[in-house]
Design a protein around this ligand. Structure first.
Ligand SMILES: NC(=O)c1ccc[n+]([C@@H]2O[C@H](COP(=O)([O-])OP(=O)(O)OC[C@H]3O[C@@H](n4cnc5c(N)ncnc54)[C@H](OP(=O)(O)O)[C@@H]3O)[C@@H](O)[C@H]2O)c1
Length: 284
């Protein structure tokens, strides 16, 4: 049985849709059953599951042989990931497909990447077959970052003109579905990016064209970005992590482009213009 974690989140919801379309039978492990109204029940079983509750993990993985492992960005991400891998090993799971992040194989010194690097290695050394999916930053994050577009037509971010090969969550989920349902991916590591490296100015332009309204990118200083996150209630560790990512983007260190997603799915990945058209309503 395939068990999917993170199913109520950005990537997970789209993965559930893709797996359903393939008529796969699978289980989703959720801590918030009220968020599962999007799930078509046919072939999908909803299981009570919380990364923080070892009993729920032990029970959930009893009859599982394949695990899609998506861990939330929380301070103890490494600890909860290692814990579920340990349970998976004891329960007889024989394949883990893990959502990681680009750069986890090299020396990019970002906390988010360090966490993934440590847990990717833990899985690789567990003796369980694996596929590690390493996507670049999601285009879909702009739905959250761009909330101000609705109110004043401005996108405030501290990223200079740094370019990133942003990928749509739809494409990340399509890759995950393909890997989970076809052969030939075991013990492979995939760096997944969108089709081009673009700046936040390019994103603003694409959203402007898609919505038919002016959208201006305002390149804010780090100090203002920190103050904004703090006043929005972000914990200090989260502000630090996000500022590291912003600074890496500004420095252009997340700009590499791969064709891996297209090679695996056989479909062109969405560029920012296509993504903005699909998601235009989120900015109106
Ligand atoms: N965002 C990016 O640009 C990016 C890029 C590369 C890699 N990544 C990686 O992608 C992962 C995040 O994926 P995402 O953005 O699709 O996730 P997301 O939208 O933030 O959703 C997180 C999911 O994890 C679930 N979750 C949180 N705490 C849980 C708990 N204690 N027990 C069980 N489930 C729990 C959430 O459930 P609820 O709905 O109940 O909260 C939700 O389903 C992270 O590992 C991140 O490092 C992200």
């Amino acid at each position: 049985m395939l068990f999917v974690t993170g199913a109520t989140g950005k990537t997970g919801q789209k993965l559930v849709k893709y797996l359903s379309e393939k008529n796969e039978r699978f289980q989703i492990g959720v801590r918030s059953p009220e968020k599962t109204s999007f799930v078509e029940r046919k072939n999908i079983e909803i299981i009570n599951f919380d990364f923080m509750d070892i009993n729920s993990i032990n029970t959930a993985l009893k009859n599982v042989d394949k695990l899609f492992l998506l861990t939330p960005i929380i301070e103890n991400q490494v600890e909860i990931t290692k814990q579920i891998v340990d349970v998976a090993k004891k329960s007889g799971v024989n394949y883990i497909v893990k959502l990681s992040a680009i750069g986890s194989e090299d020396n990019r010194d970002l906390q988010l990447i360090r966490w993934h690097r440590e847990t990717d290695r833990y899985i690789e050394e567990s003796g369980i077959s694996f596929t590690i999916l390493r996507p670049n930053s999601f285009m879909d994050n702009f739905i959250n970052y761009g909330a101000s577009i609705k109110t004043d037509g401005k996108l405030y971010m501290p990223r200079g003109e740094g370019k990133v090969s942003y990928i749509s969550v739809e494409d990340v989920a399509a890759v995950a579905c393909e890997v989970l349902t076809t052969k030939g991916h075991k013990n492979k590591i995939y760096d997944i990016t969108g089709p081009e490296a673009i700046s936040v100015s390019d994103v603003a332009l694409a959203i402007s064209k898609a919505t038919g309204r002016p959208v201006e990118y305002v390149d804010i200083p780090e100090k203002i970005a920190r103050q904004t996150m703090e006043s929005a209630g972000y914990p200090k560790w989260m502000t630090e992590i996000l500022m590291e990512v912003n600074n890496a983007i500004k420095a252009g260190t997340l700009s590499e482009v791969t064709t891996v997603a297209r090679d695996i799915t056989g479909k062109f990945t969405a560029n920012i213009k296509e993504w903005a058209i699909t998601n235009a309503d989120a900015f109106k």
